[in-house]
Design a protein. Structure first.
Length: 655
């Protein structure tokens, strides 16, 4: 016996693409057409009303006419444009759904026909098998073999003797030759019948496989149609406001009312920030526009705390937002992405932060996010009473996780220092500078120090090129522009950018591009700046630079191993610029002084590690500068003279 052939064709197909109907889309489209027509009538009525009021000279009437013409009329046009775009999108969606449903009906009919064919073929196979005594059991979705199995003479019964040329003889009386002849005769009688049934069965199975593939395509096409409809509606001005408002019904009503009429519940409402909300969340605004839009959002009465939670991944890295807001969004994003009870949220975070498969794995992103969370906790554990710790950036840059943490309130600090790390740095080193930061701040609570890992740092080979510095410099410029835009009414008294190694190159490119007023650029063990860089190009009043005698990497390799490609005007080797040689640059020491120990290596804090001690490679690394790893002192070691000098520079006590 073969396994039973299913009777329900729909049960064999995956999730159905048949949902809703073209009639429903048409009904919504008809409603949108009605809205558009209503908008046209209201617009005409408004024009008539404004014309009639123009003949009346009264301050109150003039104000009403101004509201009608300046606020309500554009709002009605906005509704009409949205409805018009919606009509087109819904008509396209309805036509697509009608086609998909028709294809789905044909596909389902094909499966039903294939099942009927399989039943007929299976019955035929069963009949032949019974006649030939064959114990045949075949899965319905595999079918019988094309070749007829060996007939079982003992199970057939009478009549075998006649087939073997020995009428009346029983099976036991037949010799081997006669038995073979009987089998050949049976094959001649039934082989073609079996073959045709087996082929029909296989054809039915293949047809169902093809139908399943087509069904999946239709399901995907249905999903794509829904996405296109959603995107088309989202791309309208009002649709964008609805999308940005999320599940907050009150915010949705407020956003639409403000955009259309300039008021909500009879109260005048500033809709400027709300109108910019979709562009804000899409990252389409520059830092100054972000700062303005956020201020207007706050003035509109929107629940910004809820907005920061619901759109945490979009807002955590938005330059121009108050840093307290970015901190709230960043912490919410960490909580969301690292929720152990809901591991799928990490995948959502991956997509919402803009990561693409292949540039980073989910496991790598999780490790990076954990590193940021650990750095944040480390900063908070070491914070003094009332000391603020802020996660002032959390996002993506060139496939790497980007983040920044501030020791001190960046929204109010009178003095701000920003540290830009160099080659092979990432978010796992965010907490390395905290000890130095506390020394640099001294007893000045108004000083905020930022550990900025906001770009994808180069590897060893990439360090020879300018590409990562250019890309990182743009990110740094945006961060500084955001600080300037957010603090426009109360700018910091002093802003200092500190670069280390390749980070000096990144910092210099950021200074070229930023509109923020930066007071000082500090270079630690620079790997060199872009060829032909001048002090004037940096646009800062002060340049401070140091290079420790024990640092055998930056000056020997970083500044002298550099390739300028042909598309950048080069094509040959060109040395980078040593910041100490810039006009007006002040060189400060990183050697032993009464205020600190000499720096003995290139790194900021953690010595070079060349593997476990038993390999013997670490002894070679230690021999590069003659200092064992346990005794190395980096530029940001709190015992170094460099940290003492940095404190004086940041606090403007160096003169």
């Amino acid at each position: 016996m073969s396994t039973a052939v299913p009777t329900d064709a729909a049960a064999l197909l995956p999730e159905t693409p048949v949902r809703g109907s073209a009639a429903e889309a048409s009904a919504v489209g008809a409603y949108a057409r009605g809205v558009r027509q209503d908008g046209e009538r209201i617009a005409a009525a408004l024009r008539t009303a404004v014309g009639a009021l123009a003949a009346i000279t009264s301050r109150g009437v003039t104000g009403i006419a101004s509201r009608l013409e300046g606020t309500l009329a554009p709002g009605v046009e906005l509704v009409s444009r949205t409805a018009d775009a919606g009509v087109g999108a819904l008509d396209r969606f309805g036509a697509e759904i009608e086609r998909i449903h028709a294809d789905a009906a044909r596909t389902l009919a094909a499966v039903e026909a294939a099942l009927a064919e399989i039943r007929t073929a299976a019955a035929e196979i069963a009949a032949v098998a019974e006649r030939l005594g064959i114990a045949a059991s075949y899965p319905w979705d595999v079918g019988a073999p094309a070749r007829l199995p060996e007939p079982r003479l003992e199970a057939i019964g009478g009549g075998i003797g006649a087939l073997a040329g020995a009428p009346g003889a029983s099976i036991g009386e037949l010799d081997p030759g006669q038995r073979d002849l009987a089998v050949q005769q049976l094959r001649a009688l039934y082989e073609e019948r079996w073959f045709r049934a087996a082929c029909a069965w296989r054809s039915g199975v293949d047809a169902i496989g093809d139908a399943r593939d087509r069904w999946r395509v239709l399901r995907d096409e249905r999903c794509d149609a829904e996405i296109r409809l959603r995107d088309a509606l989202h791309d309208t001005e009002l649709g964008g406001l609805v999308e940005a408002s999320g599940a907050d019904v009150a915010l949705t009503r407020l956003a639409i009312a403000a955009a259309v009429s300039g008021e909500h519940g009879g109260v005048r409402t500033d809709g400027g920030g709300l109108a910019a909300l979709p562009a804000l969340l899409a990252g389409e605004l520059d830092p100054e526009q972000v700062a303005r839009a956020w201020r207007r959002l706050e003035a509109s009465g929107v629940d910004t705390e809820r907005l920061l939670r619901e759109h945490c991944f979009e807002l955590a890295d938005l330059d121009g937002l108050p840093f307290a807001a970015r901190d709230a969004a960043g912490r919410a994003a960490l909580t969301e992405a690292l929720d152990a009870e809901h591991p799928a949220r990490l995948h959502e975070a991956f997509a919402r932060m803009g990561f693409e498969l292949g540039e980073r794995s989910y496991a790598e992103l999780r490790r990076d996010l954990l590193a940021v969370r650990d750095a944040l906790r480390k900063a908070e554990l070491g914070a003094g009473p009332g000391e603020s710790v802020q996660l002032v950036a959390l996002g993506r840059h060139d496939g790497a996780l980007a983040a920044a943490i501030s020791l001190g309130d960046l929204d109010q600090a009178g003095t701000v220092g920003v540290l830009v790390p160099g080659m092979r740095s990432d978010v796992h080193g965010l907490g390395d500078a905290y000890g130095a930061f506390r020394s640099i701040r001294g007893d000045r609570p108004d000083v905020a120090m930022v550990s900025w890992s906001g770009y994808r740092a180069p590897g060893l080979i990439e360090e020879m090129f300018q590409t990562r510095a250019d890309a990182g410099g743009a990110e740094l410029a945006a961060f500084l522009d955001g600080l300037a835009a957010m603090r426009a009414a109360d700018p910091p008294d002093r802003l200092v950018v500190i670069g280390h190694s390749y980070g000096t190159n990144v910092a210099a490119e950021g200074l070229r591009a930023t509109r923020a007023d930066v007071d000082a650029f500090v270079s630690l063990g620079s790997a060199g700046l872009r060829y032909a860089t001048t002090a004037d190009a940096l646009g800062v009043p002060e340049v401070h630079a140091t290079h420790a005698a024990g640092d055998g990497i930056a000056h020997g390799l970083g500044q002298h191993v550099h390739v300028r490609p042909w598309f950048d005007g080069g094509g040959a080797y060109e040395a980078r610029v040593d910041p100490r040689e810039l006009a007006g640059a002040r060189e400060f020491t990183s050697e032993r002084t009464a205020d600190g120990a000499a720096v003995t290596m290139h790194n900021l804090l953690v010595p070079i590690s060349w593997g476990p001690e038993w390999l013997g490679l670490q002894r070679l690394a230690d021999g590069l500068d003659g200092t064992a790893a346990a005794d190395e002192i980096g530029y940001l070691n709190t015992r170094s003279s460099t940290v003492h000098e940095l404190g004086k520079i940041v606090r403007d006590e160096w003169r």
